[in-house]
Design a protein. Structure first.
Length: 544
């Protein structure tokens, strides 16, 4: 008998499979867990108190990942690959913690992470009617999208209320069928306690990544602090003296990313034919550039290690995604599932148009997706200086606007977390960013064409390497004080001649236009259509 695993999901959990509720292996929301089915099927009573214990012991690492409190004194347990961002930032040429590992034998030896945030989910509120109710009757898809975004900004701002240790995120569930407000207790003083050497934490290297079973020591310990003292968490897990055995019922609470189980065939075909191949190629290009930089010497290899680790991880994930999207049997099954659902929902007269609208939106996106992806979504991947420059530029511009009109990452409720990262003292490596910027310019020139207005503006007739060198060498954004000055002092940004700010300005001409077009013509249609499809599924299968 196999071990039965039920994953309880917070964060950006996606929709459940479209079938009658059953408590088997799968992803379940904390506030929609099938307790009665588990009790009848497995003889285990899941109480509200038990779910609260799981929810408040699990934590979200805001750099991407799940962990848990494992002591009453703020000790946190997670994966090394989740903690590696902090570990790399604490490393120096003379003290490479990624290579040597780290152990704090006393609290005084624990090392403060420069910009790590950890969240505990303290409450969930259904705000579906508030979000959907903000859309006026007769509004276009683009108008509806802006109205929803404005409502979400207002809800998050009211929830956060300016409280320093509170974070509030409106989460989209069931592809837009529901909107839940997730309320978090936020910890921003996180210190490294223990991490093994990278060689044992990532034993087997990239070839064994995403393979099972895998033998390594992928663990790390941190500690959360409040007011300079070890935090007293709301709850925590205790270590067991023995592990699980075959046939045990296992609950895995956490904060996963989104799934795509309710994507339509037109969306899946777009991913397999357009978006994923481009993303895959972009990641592969970054890997080549990072490896070439690493080959320059031991210090360059250390500087590039965390970038290379993260990008290789994503590259392998997209390799798997593409393999699945090219699997004829799998896609035939998805096509049959969609046909079966549409036949079951045949009494919904508007559903056919919804699918047609989605198909049209995805077809239109094919023409400009490369521009949207390369100028906006994946422009700064791996490049710290470009990420900083774009954020400084947009921070100064977006914070002048009413909250509901801002780009979502600059809403009032999101600013404290954004500022912690933007104004972090974490090291920046200009030579690495120059190499990655040259790689980016080469890639966009090849994909969009050297005559593309944005590409031509960035290159100004120079080679990619020469242009990258000029932009990076003329930048002072390595200095945190300079970032703050440009972001917050009136008039400072407009007068700035900083090289990377200039790069970000030129890039943003095309990036903002592409993003607006995507949000107005695609995101708005997808949100409306997915919501209607979800409602049809609810009527057939329920919304457990």
């Amino acid at each position: 008998m196999k071990t039965l695993t039920l994953t309880l999901a917070a964060g950006l959990a996606a929709a459940l499979a479209a079938r009658p509720v059953r408590a088997d292996e799968g992803l379940w929301l904390f506030n929609a867990f099938p307790k009665d089915v588990v009790r009848k099927t497995h003889g285990f009573t899941v109480t509200d108190a038990y779910l609260d214990h799981l929810r408040m012991s699990a934590v979200r690492f805001n750099n991407g990942g799940t962990g848990s409190f494992v002591s009453a004194n703020g000790l946190l347990f997670t994966n090394h690959h989740v903690g590696s961002d902090c570990i790399a930032k604490l490393s120096t040429p003379a003290n490479d913690l990624m290579k040597k590992g780290f152990l704090a034998r006393t609290p005084a030896e624990e090392r403060a992470c420069p910009d790590l945030e950890v969240n505990v989910l303290t409450g969930i509120e259904d705000v579906t009617e508030k979000v959907k109710g903000a859309v006026k009757q007769g509004a276009s898809d683009a108008e509806a999208n802006r109205a929803r975004n404005a409502a979400i900004a207002e809800i998050e701002k009211a929830c956060a209320g300016g409280v320093a240790d509170r974070r509030c995120d409106v989460v989209t569930l069931f592809s837009g069928g529901l909107y839940h407000l997730y309320k978090y207790k936020k910890y921003t003083d996180i210190r490294l306690v223990m991490a093994p050497e990278f060689e044992i934490a990532f034993f087997g290297g990239d070839p064994e990544n995403f393979t099972y079973p895998r033998y390594n020591l992928d663990i790390a310990f941190f500690r959360a602090y409040e007011n300079g003292k070890p935090a007293k968490p709301l709850d925590h897990f205790k270590f067991a003296r023995s592990g699980v055995k075959e046939g045990d019922l296992v609950f895995v609470p956490g904060h996963p990313g989104t799934t795509g189980r309710l994507l339509t065939m037109s969306q899946l075909e777009f991913s397999g034919e357009v978006s994923y191949p481009l993303i895959h190629a972009r990641l592969e290009s970054i890997i080549r550039a990072a490896k070439a930089y690493s080959a320059r010497g031991a210090e360059e290899k250390r500087q590039a290690q965390d970038v290379l680790f993260g990008v290789e991880n994503s590259f392998k994930a997209y390799t798997g995604f593409l393999r699945g999207l090219k699997d004829r049997a799998l896609m035939d099954q998805k096509r049959a599932d969609e046909k079966k659902f549409r036949e079951a929902a045949a009494n919904n007269a508007s559903l056919g148009k919804v699918y047609d609208d989605l198909s049209t939106a995805m077809s239109n996106l094919r023409a400009y997706y490369p521009e949207y992806a390369l100028l906006e979504t994946y422009a700064a991947t791996g490049n710290e200086l470009l990420r900083i420059a774009r954020t400084v530029l947009r921070y100064a511009e977006e914070t002048k606007k009413p909250d509901g009109e801002r780009l979502k990452e600059f809403r009032s409720a999101a600013l404290p977390s954004l500022e912690q990262e933007l104004f972090s003292e974490a090291p920046v490596y200009p030579a690495l960013d120059e190499a990655l910027l040259a790689n980016y310019l080469e890639f966009v020139s090849a994909r969009l064409g050297a005559s593309h207005p944005v590409v031509a503006s960035l290159l100004e007739g120079r080679t990619a390497a020469a242009a990258a060198k000029a932009y990076v060498s003329a930048s002072k954004l390595m200095d945190v004080a300079e970032r703050k000055r440009l972001a917050k002092e009136p008039g400072a940004l407009a007068a700035s001649k900083d090289g990377m700010i200039e790069f970000a300005r030129k890039l943003d001409v095309g990036a903002r236009a592409a993003r607006k077009r995507y949000e107005d013509e695609v995101e708005s249609v997808v949100t409306r259509a997915a919501s209607e499809i979800a409602r049809a599924r609810f009527s057939l299968y329920g919304a457990a």
